[in-house]
Design a protein around this ligand. Structure first.
Ligand SMILES: Nc1ncnc2c1ncn2[C@@H]1O[C@H](COP(=O)(O)OP(=O)(O)OP(=O)(O)O)[C@@H](O)[C@H]1O
Ligand SMILES: [K+]
Ligand SMILES: [Mg+2]
Length: 676
């Protein structure tokens, strides 16, 4: 999806939203927004009274009733417009996506032949062959080969990405293009269930479900509406009892002013815009619930390599231990890496080249690879002659060597600690029972990490770095980056344990990951952000996917979630405060209409009772479109703790909400009073 979507409020979207505002008047659709449904019902009643005044004994007030009808109609239209506008961007985006979904011809492998079939005929499990220049016909996993793929159609990022079989970079997305080489892909989604399909459904908001917080707020709004409905309905007989005749349109105006129309009109726009803001960050959220949960996060689990650091850990030095020669130590380091395809492994060979060192390549090539695993924290090669060559985390190698009865060189600890103290990762190199030396892997902390963690702390979020690395390295990086806590030598299952522990304390937990072994933890976390470059398993388990595959983006996602919750809170406060203030305009006016002597109640010194009612109603209507930009953009967000935030918001939006109507209604009254 193209990130360049700044033409948000293009004329086209606005036009479409205006049209939709009328379509949304359909009362059945309106039922999902009870506050506005009440307003619409009132509008209809006043319309009847305007059209058939004789029937209602309302000939004298046709003009006034017509004005009330129009203002009420606009109140509903404005609310519809807010929602339609928020939906508009998603719809426009969905159209663009649909265009990328053109039918593609696929080379399907059938036995040892290749058949040309349209992509719509592909099913889960089919194997397709995609060559240079061709589009990948469906979502799947590379099972053979390596290719660079242009994913700009979905990520907006033009730099090609290497996709290869096995490991964490094997998943491909339909609609992206192979720009070099050739891959075999096993399709893993049926038509209509692809990534692009899901993305379209998502941005269209077709399946938008109310989030838990939204539901709670809805209940509150409905309760307030019912209470005010009862108040207003009982007001008439009570007034009649003391001889005051309250007009129905005035009572409807009162009701509409009292019920929370501002937030009722903007609520769904806030939710949609929040989702949209996440999408603009190139993050796909499975549901609004996920976005909202990210706003309530208390704990964030981050891994070190690739999230806090750049993750391109490079061999920068090799030191010897136990009196081994540098010659042989470097050679064994290289041999252990000949078949290790991880960046760490490749960097060892690169170091050899740059330092002009050679080793017995054939010896390594002849052996069989012992792949790096997060569980063993080692990698290496089993040579044909039976010797086992390993490199890996120092404690893992130490255990491995001890288990074979080997001795641990005295200077191993010192060398490893020195590297770890500097924030580097020491990898010990061993052959059978002998440890030869240590590889110094250097990694750099991403710039600005400390500021980000400071912000998170200010938001009241605890950060825990979980790393497979040793405690010393972990401590150094944790200190330099400014995370609150760290867990070293953690295996994948340890991450789940940390998440469960936090959740047991009633906390909401976020985490990022990309590997298949991250999948369980991603599923366990309340907010799991998977990298688009990651494995299918990780993406399926997570409730968000980052198209740019930037693990540190979880920080932004949480900020967006917080902003969405705050916007909703702020506008609710504003709306309710507002309604209270309207009391002072409309109640005195209502009684003054019946008993002119009650002029003393007119504390706002409004022109006339009728103009007071209309002014309050106009204010009530126009505040909705005036607040649309705020609802869509979100309130200005500064990280601070929850209670300070609450008091600040109460001050700004609560007090602001009380004062605004006094000024607004007074100004409108000055204008309206010219006519009546
Ligand atoms: N290619 C490799 N060969 C041998 N050992 C490795 C290799 N890559 C990493 N290690 C060792 O295994 C440990 C665990 O690696 P892993 O990638 O699981 O975690 P990590 O990258 O250190 O931490 P994080 O969880 O923050 O990504 C590393 O700290 C390192 O000591
Ligand atoms: K209102
Ligand atoms: Mg790692």
């Amino acid at each position: 999806m193209n990130t360049k979507r700044n033409n948000i409020l293009s004329g086209h979207i606005v036009k479409r939203a205006i049209l939709d505002s009328f379509i949304k008047l359909n009362p059945i659709a309106m039922l999902k927004n009870p506050v506005m449904f009440v307003v619409e019902t009132g509008t209809f009643v006043v319309l009847l009274m305007t059209l058939f005044p004789g029937y209602f004994d309302a000939e004298d007030s046709i003009g006034f009733n017509l004005a009330v009808f129009l203002i009420l109609l606009f109140t509903v239209l404005f609310a519809n417009f807010a929602e339609a506008l928020a939906e508009g961007r998603g719809k426009a985006q969905a159209n663009t996506l649909k265009q990328t979904k053109k039918e593609i011809m696929a080379n399907k492998a059938v036995g040892d032949k290749v058949k040309n079939v349209p992509s719509t005929e592909l099913r889960k499990g089919d194997i397709v062959i995609v060559s240079q220049g061709e589009m990948i016909p469906g979502d799947g996993e590379v099972i053979e080969g390596l290719a660079s793929v242009d994913e700009s159609a979905i990520t907006g990022e033009s730099a090609p990405i290497i996709k290869e079989s096995g490991g964490d970079f094997s998943s491909v997305t339909g609609g992206t293009r192979v720009i070099s080489d050739r891959i075999h892909v096993r399709i893993n989604s049926d038509p209509g269930e692809t990534f692009i399909d899901r993305m379209i459904a998502l941005v269209e908001g077709a399946k938008r479900q109310k989030t838990p917080n939204e539901i709670a707020l809805h209940t509150l709004l409905i309760s307030l509406t019912i209470i005010f409905l009862i108040v207003v309905v009982t007001l008439r007989p009570i007034a009649a009892y003391v001889g005051i005749d309250l007009e129905i349109p005035v009572l409807i105006a009162l009701l509409v002013c009292l019920i929370p129309t501002t937030i009722g009109g903007l609520l769904s726009a806030i939710g949609i815009a929040g989702m949209d803001r996440v999408t603009q960050f190139n993050v796909l959220a499975r549901s609004g619930k996920a976005v909202e949960a990210s706003g309530d996060i208390n704990t964030m689990i981050l891994d070190k390599t690739g999230t806090i650091t750049f993750g391109n850990r490079m061999a920068s030095d090799i030191v010897t231990v136990g009196g081994a020669s540098l010659e042989e130590t470097a050679a064994w380091a290289a041999i252990s890496s000949v078949k290790d395809e991880t960046p760490e492994g490749r960097s060892v060979l690169e170091w050899m080249k740059q330092n002009g060192r050679s080793y017995d390549t054939a010896l390594g090539e002849g052996g069989s690879l012992v792949e790096f695993k997060a569980e063993t924290r080692m990698s290496g090669i089993d040579l044909k002659d039976g010797r086992q060559v390993r490199k890996g985390a120092v404690d893992a190698i130490r255990k491995w060597v001890s288990a074979q009865g080997g001795a641990i060189p005295d200077d191993l600890e010192r060398q490893a600690s020195r590297i770890a103290f500097e924030g580097g990762t020491p990898l010990a190199v061993a052959v059978n029972q002998q440890i030869y030396g240590v590889i110094y892997l250097k990694d750099t902390i991403k710039p600005g990490m400390r500021e980000r963690f400071d912000q998170l702390r200010a938001m009241g979020i605890k950060t825990i770095m979980c790393t497979g690395d040793n405690p010393l390295t972990a401590a150094t990086i944790a200190r330099e980056a400014g995370v609150d806590d760290f867990i070293a030598e953690s295996r994948p299952e340890d991450k789940i344990a940390v998440i469960r522990r936090e959740q047991a304390e009633g906390k909401l937990v976020a985490m990022t990951g990309d590997g298949t072994n991250d999948a369980p933890a991603l599923a366990q976390a309340d907010v799991g952000l998977a990298m688009n470059s990651g494995t299918t398993a990780a993406k399926e388990a997570a409730n968000m996917v980052d198209l740019d595959s930037d693990p540190s983006k979880i920080i932004e996602v949480v900020a967006i979630g917080k902003q969405m919750l705050m916007t909703r809170g702020a506008l609710t406060t504003f709306s309710i405060a507002n309604d209270i203030a309207k009391y002072f305009a409309i109640i005195p006016a209502m009684f003054m209409l019946a008993i002119p002597e009650m002029d003393a109640l007119n504390i706002m010194k409004l022109g006339s009772p009728l103009s007071a009612v209309l002014s309050a109603l106009v204010f009530n209507a126009v505040i909705i479109p005036l607040l649309i930009p705020l609802a869509m953009k979100g309130v200005a967000y500064r990280p601070m703790n929850a209670s300070r935030l609450l008091s600040r918001n109460l001050l700004v939006y609560g007090l602001g909400g009380v004062i605004a109507p006094f000024i607004g209604i007074k100004l409108i009254d000055l204008l309206v009073h010219v006519w009546i």
